[in-house]
Ligand binder design. Structure first.
Ligand code: HEC
Length: 243
């Protein structure tokens, strides 16, 4: 009998409780929303920073050479940490044309369109210094920036940075290639030269003359009177600058 009374009392108690706290469900979970403050921890944040040395899943970048282009001695490496093939070069060409050519020019001579409009002229890739620079230097410049050049770490993935570095090597080679570098059969296919190959023409592209570049960069390439142009290429104007 006593057992029965107890049973009824417990059942009634649970029933009452569930009526009183009708919102004790998922809607009222005790939880913090992201970035909410809390007075529970001394620093006032409800979120705990990760323990030092925490590595996110899939982000264990142990391959130093691949991710930083530095060797054990902390210097730029002079080899490619990934296989370089035609596909990688084509990818590098595409990425270079998108991200680098506006300043460095399609052939890397430092005369991109932005430079023609007055931006600081980068050095040509076809100088002895950059031709002899370890390939890790190009990766490093893209990753960390260099002087007036901002870095491209956010826009260009690690693998694409290597692809661009490989393509820059190809550009350098193309601008400095000698006809004797070609295999004999390929050499035989070259039409009789209409123009003698002199030391100068080995270094300079045989592009058609561009009147924009007469006396460049002493005379900026921006044609006089282009509206809205600022910087070195801006034509002196007596009109107030447009905002
Ligand atoms: C907005 C223009 C601009 C873009 C875009 C740009 N650069 Fe540069 N770059 C510069 C300038 C300017 C310098 C020279 C910086 C200096 O000496 O202060 C430079 C310098 C360099 C150098 C030479 C560093 C040295 O040792 O002298 C390399 C290599 C280079 N850039 C690679 C790249 C690559 C690769 C990309 C594309 C991912 C790129 N740049 C995109 C403007 C640019």
């Amino acid at each position: 009998m006593r057992k029965k009374i107890l049973q009824i009392a417990v059942t009634a108690g649970i029933g009452l409780l569930s009526v009183a706290c009708s919102r004790l469900d998922m809607q009222d979970q005790p939880k913090y929303k992201p970035q909410r403050p809390s007075d529970f921890f001394a620093d006032g944040r409800s979120e705990r920073p990760p323990v030092p040395g925490t590595v996110a899943r899939g982000a264990l970048d142990v391959d130093e050479a691949y991710y930083t282009a530095k060797g054990a001695d902390g210097k730029d490496i002079d080899y490619f940490p990934i296989a370089v093939d035609r596909d990688l070069l084509l990818r590098g060409q595409q990425r270079f044309d998108i991200y680098c050519s506006p300043c460095h020019g399609r052939i890397g001579n430092g005369m991109g369109m932005i430079v023609r409009r007055g931006f600081k002229q980068p050095p040509s890739y076809h100088t002895d210094r950059l031709r002899n620079a370890p390939v890790g230097h190009f990766f490093d410049v893209m990753t960390n920036g260099y002087g007036a050049m901002l870095n491209y770490a956010a826009q260009v993935s690690v693998r694409d940075r290597w692809a661009i570095a490989a393509y820059i090597r190809a550009l350098q080679y193309a601008e400095n290639a000698n006809v004797n570098d070609l295999p004999a059969e390929a050499r035989n296919q070259i039409p009789p030269p209409g123009r003698e190959i002199t030391p100068d023409s080995v270094y300079e592209p045989l592009a058609p003359p561009d009147p924009d570049f007469n006396n460049f960069p002493n005379v900026p390439a921006t044609p006089a009177g282009v509206p809205g142009v600022h910087g070195a290429g801006a034509a002196p104007s007596n009109q107030p600058e447009r905002q």
